[in-house]
Design a protein. Structure first.
Ligand code: ATP
Ligand code: MG
Length: 574
């Protein structure tokens, strides 16, 4: 362990070592930044955050937290067409819900790249003046054609040697709106023969007559991502700029721009350091904003916050906890190797978090009536069970046993397959926390469907009494008193895709949609659970973890979502 934990806050932060922490430790030892650590999470507000972003959030905010630094929330909003306040709000909510904050010592570190438009523009003029940028008037096709190839250098634009004055004049007129979109662009003057395409005079400004959600129609030239990002980092005094591996080839450009501006006296050294890590790919999920948008707009799911979506709002609604998500991010760690993480790792972290937290209760999801013929009508037994089997201090719950009970439909069969230990005629099972019963037969409707199961109970077999030990049964089923059970809607969610890599190899991910990813059941709950507050979680014994739906559930009118089953059964025969 290489992290000091000086106060209570820091103890919560994930502290597993990784190569990024090693770099920071080295910097702290050499005194590069004093001991300052400043990171940023820089989403573009063009969609809802997903579980991949959670990895970046946990990394950036987690590092800042554990080194006593600060992580900025910065909206990288330089694409006017796709961005909106709706997305900004959802991103703010998601980061807060995960339990992170961007205020330190009363200073709020919430930033927008669009607040830097004036500076970005000013620095672009400075680069022009210093002969480091030029206005190119080739068409987009010409620019593309002249980029060269992996084996051939690019061809310099015929406009590359324009004078500083001409460049300044044209750039100012671009800003003033005198030209059409695509007529001119501003390019950094670097090296058309560089083996790295990103260094072949990248475009840093383009004309767009688009309304920006924050700056309105003030601007008709917009800076490109690569130009904006490093400057935003430097303006905010970011020390370590952590991004995903696809930006590795952009790092020389990041460094070039900051180096040029430092030479011009704008920034002081040391300059922020870009460090890349592998992105999260999760099986049975999709982490492309564009494809997630398609699922929503084409109605394959019920919105961004559909509990099957891998968005933060989706997993929240599904009942996943911030702690479970953080545990998952800790477990997968941070590396430089791109790989796929199995969905079962994500679900496992959730189970590990919920197992300890969730109070136990009973629910019958697919009810079938069980009648105890020798149990007197009007009688009832109060049964009791622990709220949590490993936490006796959380107390007990009580519920009545009566003559007519609800049991799960699949806890009865007329013709038991080998190894079936639950109810079938002639077999004995224990009613959890109650009596041993022996099945005597079933009633059917005119179509041959079983509508009720009959049994007799053994009055001396009650759980917790001496007689209980005289009965050896292999089956143990849960139940609810018909007269007392509370009705509820239960939504049983499963994986959205049938295949682990639904969009692999560029194929149509919609073909891999799981048609049974949502089933709605009219279920019964143990008395008490119907008063759950929205987002309250339980373990329904034998079924898994469930949450009262954030939006649709009301105390007294419950709607539950299945978060995850008790164990990993995916792909295994039921
Ligand atoms: P876009 O295609 O719109 O650029 P994006 O997923 O890159 O989508 P951003 O809003 O740019 O979205 O991402 C914000 C931050 O989250 C970036 O630093 C990005 O590297 C990181 N990030 C995005 N997806 C993942 C992922 N799957 N795993 C880890 N980090 C991710
Ligand atoms: Mg991005």
């Amino acid at each position: 362990m290489n992290i000091e934990t000086k106060d209570a806050d820091r103890n919560d932060a994930p502290t597993a070592s990784n190569f990024i922490r090693n770099i920071i430790d080295d910097d702290n030892r050499s005194g590069k930044w004093g001991s300052r650590v400043e990171t940023r999470f820089p989403p573009e507000p063009n969609g809802y955050l997903h579980i991949g972003h959670a990895k970046s959030i946990c990394l950036n905010f987690g590092i800042a937290q554990s080194y006593g630094g600060v992580c900025h929330l910065r909206f990288d909003d330089t694409n006017p067409e796709k961005e909106s306040f709706e997305y900004v709000e959802s991103i703010v909510d998601a980061v807060k819900w995960l339990g992170f904050e961007w205020t330190k010592e009363n200073e709020e570190h919430l930033y927008f790249a669009s607040d830097y438009y004036d500076k970005l523009y000013e620095f672009a003029e400075l680069l022009i003046t210093r002969g480091k940028a030029y206005v190119d008037s080739q068409t987009a096709e010409e620019i593309r054609a002249n980029r060269g190839s992996a084996t051939e250098a690019g061809t310099p634009s015929r406009y590359r040697e324009r004078s500083v004055d001409e460049n300044l004049d044209l750039f100012r007129r671009m800003k003033a709106g005198e030209f059409k979109e695509g007529e001119h662009v501003l390019r950094a003057k670097i090296d058309m023969a560089s083996p790295n395409f990103n260094m072949r005079d990248p475009v840093i400004y383009r004309i767009r007559f688009a309304h920006h959600y924050r700056t309105g129609d003030t601007w008709c030239v917009y800076p490109m991502y690569d130009y904006t990002h490093c400057i935003s980092d430097a303006l905010e005094n970011i020390t370590h700029s952590l991004c995903t591996l696809e930006f590795e080839d952009h790092r020389p450009l990041y460094d070039w721009i900051l180096d040029e501006l430092a030479s011009a006296g704008i920034f002081t050294r040391p300059l922020p350091q870009q460090i890349e890590f592998s992105r999260l790919n999760l099986t049975y999920a999709i982490t492309s904003k564009r494809k997630l948008l398609q699922l929503v707009t084409e109605g394959h799911v019920d919105g961004w916050d559909d509990p099957r979506m891998p968005t933060i709002v989706g997993v929240r609604r599904r009942g996943f906890t911030p702690e479970g998500i953080k545990l998952f991010c800790e477990r997968i760690g941070i590396t430089k190797v791109d790989s796929w993480i199995d969905m079962s790792v994500f679900e496992g972290a959730l189970r590990d978090d919920l197992d300890d937290k969730a109070p136990r209760t009973a629910a019958v999801l697919d009810p079938l009536k069980l009648i105890i013929d020798n149990y007197p009508e009007g009688q009832s037994d109060e049964c009791s069970a622990p709220v949590h089997p490993h936490h006796p201090e959380r107390g007990n719950r009580t519920f009545p046993l009566t003559r007519e009970l609800w049991i799960e439909r699949d806890d009865f069969t007329e013709t038991p397959p080998k190894g079936y230990f639950r109810l079938f005629p002639g077999n004995k099972v224990r009613l959890r926390y109650g009596y041993v019963i022996e099945c005597t037969g079933a009633e059917k409707d005119e179509h041959g469907n079983v509508i009720a199961v009959h049994c007799n109970y053994f009055p001396d077999s009650r759980s917790g009494t001496e007689g209980a030990n005289n009965y050896k049964v292999k089956g143990n089923i849960h139940w609810l008193s018909v007269a007392h059970a509370k009705p509820a809607e239960v939504r049983v969610y499963d994986r959205l895709f049938r295949e682990p890599q639904p969009d692999a190899g560029g194929r149509d991910f919609l073909e891999a949609l799981n048609p049974d990813s949502k089933r709605v059941m009219n279920a019964y709950l143990e008395p008490g659970a119907e008063n759950a507050e929205p987002e309250q979680r339980f373990q329904f014994e034998r079924h898994g973890y469930f949450v009262a739906d954030r939006y649709d559930s009301k105390p007294g009118k419950p709607v539950f979502n299945r978060i995850v089953g008790l164990r990993d059964t995916w792909g295994k025969p039921a």
